[in-house]
Design a protein around this ligand. Structure first.
Ligand SMILES: NC(=O)c1ccc[n+]([C@@H]2O[C@H](COP(=O)([O-])OP(=O)(O)OC[C@H]3O[C@@H](n4cnc5c(N)ncnc54)[C@H](O)[C@@H]3O)[C@@H](O)[C@H]2O)c1
Length: 455
């Protein structure tokens, strides 16, 4: 035994604990997307033997060839992880060789804006036959409280051909069990101010052995694991964090609209308020929410709340305000063009930025997609430039066939619309070359020009 666990562990858990503690454990990561791939690399770098699993064969092929498909992850990081033993596969039978399995699959909304847990369910179904005695299974996908216990555990137990059951609270079984925990991913893509390993990792097990094993696993790669009493607490923690962001962004989006009418610069106000050393955290307005988290996660809770006859009014109101922002931007474009004695109908508009936020290559739920749709409905010709997207094709909720327009000859456009404030752009130059710039991000802060309209 290498280290004594603070919890008395049965032999099958103690073996896992020792391997996790000494980082000799084999870890399987299912879902090699924006969350699962960086996590796999972090684990491999820490010395764990990591196998990535994905149903997307192209991702598996790319990783096996040492190629990256995520902009901010250079191929050299994949190659270095491979040198540490990282492999990728679509063959789930390899899961039985793992000491721990971490699931990082999507949790989107359906067309009717209800939780789509089909990915979690299908992954659990595919993994179930291979779950072994003493293994730890962790769900990382963001979801409502109760998913791990009500959906994942029953699917894993039902599909397990060896008849294994999850260890439940109470006497620790010596045989016939596996362990289950939930640990939310807290990554903030594009935010380089906090190293990923310095973001504390919240872990909540189905019972105390699972919590101990999961905390031990994550302490191998994160500076701190925060243990909570249940999977539900861990699930709800993630939702609280994202709802807090969603509601506060809605607040500043609403105050921005009022401030514009009052002739007050909301960004200057926020910067001034942020000098308060307590009780205020700055959030910034924008063209609308985007990404796989903030526009979606709060509605997982609203949906679940209905089961308790509870109406989540803050979430609904924040959703309403934030979802109206793309239309606010399009209105602002219309007004700005009108000032130039032009109409949206027939205008040539170059939109800067497709990604939902700066310096990343993620288009999911991006407000740019709605803005394009609304501008086109009003008869505008819309082109785009985004250094992270040479082309934009078809996605879950959009079907565009667009190619990135070079950032030159800006004077030819009736309006240049800033939707994403990528750092690569030279905003001084953009303003000087354009006839009209509508800025939804305050990217032109400090540039004083009658051509600029902030919205
Ligand atoms: N992207 C973020 O910044 C972020 C941050 C925090 C939390 N999250 C949460 O993490 C989860 C994953 O998000 P993501 O951004 O990595 O998604 P993603 O779409 O980038 O990646 C998911 C991966 O899972 C794979 N997959 C789907 N079904 C599968 C199955 N049955 N078996 C194996 N692989 C399967 C997909 O092919 C894809 O590669 C979501 O719940 C999300 O809300 C994401």
């Amino acid at each position: 035994m290498l280290t004594k666990s603070p919890v008395v562990l049965p032999q099958i858990a103690q073996e896992r604990f020792d391997r996790l503690k000494s980082r000799t454990a084999r870890i399987g990561v299912i879902g090699l997307g924006y969350v699962g791939l960086p996590l796999s690399l972090l684990l491999a770098e820490a010395g764990f033997r990591v196998t990535g699993f994905d149903i997307d064969e192209k991702k598996v092929t790319d990783l096996e060839a040492g190629r990256s498909y995520i902009f901010r992850i250079p191929a050299s990081e994949i190659q270095s992880a491979r040198a540490h033993g990282f492999t990728a596969t679509a063959d789930f039978s390899n899961l039985s060789d793992m000491d721990a399995i971490i699931m990082c699959v999507p949790t989107p909304l359906t067309e009717h804006r209800e939780p789509d847990l089909s990915y979690v369910e299908n992954t659990a179904k595919a993994a179930a036959p291979w779950v072994r005695e003493g293994q730890l299974v962790v769900l990382e996908s963001t979801t409502y409280p109760g998913t791990t216990e009500e959906l994942m555990i029953p699917v894993l137990e039902a599909g397990n051909t060896k008849g294994l059951k999850v260890q439940s609270a109470g006497a620790a079984a010596e045989h016939g069990v596996f362990y289950v925990a939930f640990s939310p991913e807290r990554e903030d893509p594009g935010n380089d101010t906090v190293a990923r390993r310095d973001i504390p990792k919240v872990v909540g097990g189905h019972e105390v052995i699972a919590t101990t094993l999961a905390a031990t696993l994550y302490e191998g790669i994160f500076t701190r694991a925060v243990q909570v009493s249940s999977t539900r607490v861990a699930e709800m923690t993630k939702l609280l964090e994202n709802i807090y962001r969603c509601v506060n962004i809605a607040l500043v989006n609403e105050l921005k609209q009022l401030s514009l009418k009052m002739g007050v610069d909301i960004w200057e106000v926020i910067d001034a308020a942020a000098t308060k050393p307590f009780g205020f955290h700055p959030f910034y307005p924008g063209p609308g929410l985007g990404g796989h988290c903030i526009p979606i996660d709060p509605f997982y809770l609203s949906w679940k709340a209905k089961e308790y006859d509870f109406n989540t009014r803050f979430i609904e109101l924040a959703g309403e305000v934030n979802e109206a922002m793309p239309a606010h931007v399009v209105n602002a474009v219309g007004k700005a063009l009108n000032q130039h004695k032009k109409a949206v109908n027939g205008a040539r508009i170059l939109m800067l930025g497709m990604a939902y936020k700066k310096n990343i290559d993620d288009l999911r739920e991006s407000p740019s997609l709605t803005i394009i749709e609304l501008l086109r409905e009003e008869g505008a010709e819309v082109l785009y430039n985004d250094p992270y997207f040479p082309t934009v094709g078809r996605g879950r909720h959009y079907n565009l066939d667009m190619t990135c327009t070079p950032l030159d000859n800006l004077g030819q456009y009736d309006c240049v619309l800033i939707v994403t404030d990528h750092s690569d752009y030279n905003y001084e130059e953009i303003v000087s070359q354009s006839q009209l710039v509508v800025d939804s991000r305050n990217a032109t802060k400090g540039i004083s020009s009658p051509k600029v309209v902030r919205c």
